[in-house]
Design a protein around this ligand. Structure first.
Ligand code: ADP
Ligand code: ZN
Length: 213
């Protein structure tokens, strides 16, 4: 399947994407994971992106399009892809359209994960992420804790609170979402691609998405 997952930070895009990869072997492409990997590896991309990310700001469109222009050409995308955290602005969506047309690929749908703001806020402040950039497993101290507190079940690395998950950065990210990304729902609705789901449980979202393909 070829999907975009749209939704505020904490709406569960990453969790849903990971579950969907198991349905048909489509790959999850998370621009956030790619950027965090670059920051940890200390690459030029990482150095450029870090300040924006820590402040809860978006990384410039041009950097993101450089990443995605290459990533979507990789072989594993042929099985399908789940875009998690991209596009995040109208210019990114326009550029994606040009890119997809060039490679002759059509999106199946844009899944809009709809979650009330108070739920999102609660989820983000209790979220923990595995610090191993090859893993980046996600936990939640309330709803999905790791077996041993602070230790990743999958790889044994430490689970940490991301730098952009302080209360200030979270508020900033939610404002940025409303201003820059939320308009994409309308954008894709006009193209007849939007599928909005109440995202209270990730399993239910996966069920609804697969039933709608
Ligand atoms: P979340 O969805 O929880 O906010 P992500 O892991 O998707 O987190 O992204 C983390 C940060 O990486 C964002 O706050 C932003 O700074 C940057 N980022 C990720 N994807 C994009 C994108 N498509 N465009 C611009 N910045 C991005
Ligand atoms: Zn891990």
């Amino acid at each position: 399947m070829k999907l975009i997952l749209l939704g505020a930070p904490g709406a569960g895009k990453g969790t849903v994407a990971k579950l969907l990869t198991k349905v048909d072997g489509s790959v999850q492409i998370s621009t956030g994971d790619i950027l965090r990997g670059a920051v940890t590896a200390g690459t030029d991309l990482g150095k450029e992106a870090k300040g924006f990310m820590d402040a809860g700001d978006l990384v410039p469109d041009e950097l993101i399009m450089n990443i995605m222009g290459e990533r979507l050409l990789e072989d594993d995308c042929k099985a399908g892809f789940l875009l998690d955290g991209f596009p995040r602005t109208i210019p990114q969506a326009d550029a994606l359209e040009v890119l997809l047309e060039k490679i002759g690929v059509e999106l199946d749908m844009v899944v809009n994960l709809d979650v009330p703001r108070d739920v999102i806020y609660d989820r983000l402040t209790t979220r923990r992420t595995c610090e191993n950039t090859d893993c980046q497993a996600i936990y939640n101290v309330k709803s999905m804790p790791s077996k041993v507190e602070g230790v990743c079940d999958k790889c044994g690395s430490a689970t940490i609170q991301r730098a952009d998950e302080t209360v200030e950065a979270i508020s900033k990210r939610l404002d940025t979402y409303d201003e820059m990304t939320a308009p994409l729902a309308d954008y894709y609705d006009k193209k007849g691609k939007l599928f909005t789901v109440a995202a209270t449980s990730s399993d239910k979202v996966v069920e609804e998405v697969t039933n709608n393909l």
